[in-house]
Design a protein around this ligand. Structure first.
Ligand code: MTE
Length: 566
């Protein structure tokens, strides 16, 4: 029996009924049916916005001040080159006790914008101090300067934000200020004149290239590509709504359908640059990409590091870009240089890229080796060894409905207007998009003229007018078939995984259908108008009757009676 499950009915808490019905899961206790002793009485946690110094904290080294690595590179602290600096930061970090992350999966999601603040992430930066002290404030200023005022700020710091549904698919190419942002740390502010890119590791001729070198078309041919970047967290909110998962405010930002965007990226293929470095040495099979900001993981400070296989680079599918939609990269999207890895999870498209290192095996850095893992359903919180999850690379086929919205009442004339996006990773593209208005029995193809043009590495936006005969609650569902005829699992349960990644199941939107093409419905809607009756909420009983007594009698006079005598 857990602390909330009292055997005596006399002692039940006032919210007992809600608890029994699973309507307040954040408050539920534990039902321990094993023979293990499991403690559930945690220390009462007061919601605090500050870090406490541990009473038994080791002495700090006051001479340890985190400085910026290079002139003109604000917000860049080098960690990977200096293990002793990492050790000192770890020690300073461990002197503090930080507040726990907020519970937003089992409890209600805050109805604020920013939705979550990222208190702990701010405190971590303050605790290390020095060059990191003002990173949270500076980054937020950049958000306000560079992003559209309508952005939904899921997490203020590190900044994670998506455009509202009404704007996401308005244009097939996402305007820069509406492109989603997914950050693991602050936003560096790098002077392009002082910037250079280092290429080292297992390359035959290590080099350092300035932006001018990269832009020199006598050295490297310039390429522009339309590419969709999708975060593996896209549509995570559906998994959270059904079954919560890995619970960290940043790892698990409650993304909806907007963690995806499409831009024309301009730069050079990384393959050409590696060639300029004399190619790879014999054993090199992967390229490690370094991003300049500081990332915190398990009490360690590090730079943002992932890797991509050489085969991907060799296929010209990794672009190093300095322009987004014909404009200089915004700071928030990686200025002055970022990687764009086509058809892969967004996590590999490293922003503020300052180093490319050729290595033998996939990067052992935590973002590559311990995050973005897709566990199957026998692996959960207590047995998720990082080697048991699939490292997510190519994104599967997926799609989403942008309008109508979940739980909206839709009054229509027999057809519902639906809009959305469809995408497939790995160099595949949407061939057909289908929408159902009855939960997934009958599917109607989106007319091809209503799909935005095909591109190998980009989404297609779409709109369609879908027949809907019935009245009452129904589910609009979308699925996409890509050019390899892959399609999507039918239900979110089929894609649930502990890390809440890659919600590739058919997107389902419950709506209440009011079909005004039916004479009775139309008449009733007109009566609402005549009586000055408010249409919403639909659950409220209406005062005026559907039929007068006379109309009722008249109808029965033309029908057989309800019961028969013989
Ligand atoms: N690069 C760095 N340096 N730091 C980051 O936090 N986030 C990655 C990737 N590149 C990240 C990064 C993730 S998880 C995604 S989904 C994409 O950037 C998002 O790119 P965007 O913010 O330009 O939309």
């Amino acid at each position: 029996m857990g602390p909330n499950q009292k055997e005596s009915v006399g002692l039940q808490p006032p919210n007992e009924w809600k608890l029994e019905q699973g309507l307040d899961p954040a408050q539920l206790g534990l039902r321990n049916q094993s023979n293990l002793v499991i403690h559930t009485e945690s220390q009462p946690v007061t919601a605090t916005n500050s870090a406490e110094l541990r009473p038994d904290a080791d002495d700090d080294d006051p001479a340890f001040v985190v400085g910026e690595e290079r002139k003109g590179w604000k917000g860049y602290v080098e960690w990977e080159e200096y293990p002793e600096k990492k050790a000192k930061a770890r020690k300073r970090f461990s002197r503090h006790k930080f507040p726990p992350p907020p519970e937003f999966q089992l409890g209600p999601v805050p109805a604020t914008n920013p939705v979550l603040e990222g208190v702990r992430w701010k405190l971590w930066h303050k605790a290390i101090g020095g060059a990191l002290s003002n990173v949270p404030e500076d980054s937020w200023k950049t958000v306000l300067e560079e992003k559209h005022p309508g952005m939904l700020h899921l997490l203020q710091f590190p900044y994670n934000g998506e455009p509202p549904k009404g704007l996401l698919t308005k244009e097939a190419i996402t305007p820069n200020d509406l492109h989603f942002v997914r950050n693991h740390g602050g936003i560096p502010d790098i002077d392009p004149v002082e910037f250079d890119l280092r290429l080292d590791g297992l390359v035959n001729e290590p080099r350092v290239l300035t932006l001018d070198d990269l832009k020199n078309e006598a050295l490297f041919p310039r390429t522009s590509m339309l590419v969709t970047i999708q975060c593996s967290g896209t549509r995570r909110v559906e998994q959270i709504g059904e079954y919560a998962g890995e619970g960290d405010e940043m790892i698990n930002a409650p993304w909806a359908e907007g963690a995806i965007g499409t831009a024309k990226w301009t730069g050079v293929s990384l393959k050409k640059i590696i060639k300029y470095c004399g190619g790879l040495k014999g054993d090199a099979k992967h390229l490690e990409l370094y991003g300049a900001e500081t990332y915190f993981k398990g009490g360690d400070c590090m730079n943002y590091v992932v890797s991509v296989p050489w085969s991907k680079v060799k296929a010209n599918e990794v672009l190093l870009a300095w322009e987004m939609n014909d404009k200089p990269l915004p700071k928030i999207h990686g200025f002055p240089l970022r990687a764009v890895v086509m058809g892969y999870i967004g996590a590999r498209s490293v922003k503020w890229l300052y180093r490319v290192k050729a290595i033998e095996n996939p990067s052992r850095a935590p973002v590559q080796s311990r995050e973005y893992l897709y566990f199957q359903q026998q692996y959960g919180k207590h047995n998720q060894l990082p080697t048991l999850g699939i490292q997510i690379q190519e994104m599967p086929v997926s799609s989403a409905i942008m309008s109508p919205w979940h739980k909206e009442i839709v009054v229509h004339n027999g057809h519902i207007e639906v809009t959305g996006w469809a995408y497939s990773g790995g160099g595949r593209w949407p061939e057909r998009v289908e929408v159902s208005s009855d939960g997934g029995w009958a599917w109607y193809a989106v007319p091809i003229e209503n799909l935005s043009p095909k591109h190998k590495y980009a989404w297609r936006t779409w709109s369609a007018s879908i027949p809907c005969d019935h009245e009452g609650w129904t589910e609009l569902v979308v699925r996409c078939w890509d050019n390899s005829l892959n399609t999507q699992p039918m239900n979110v349960r089929h894609s649930w995984n502990w890390g809440l990644h890659v919600t590739s199941s058919c997107h389902r939107v419950k709506i209440y259908s009011v079909n005004a093409s039916r004479p009775e419905t139309k008449k009733r809607l007109e009566q609402f108008e005549q009586h000055g009756e408010n249409f919403l909420p639909i659950t409220r009983p209406t005062e005026f009757k559907y039929m007068s007594a006379e109309e009722y009698e008249k109808a029965w006079s033309t029908m057989e009676p309800r019961d028969v005598d013989n």
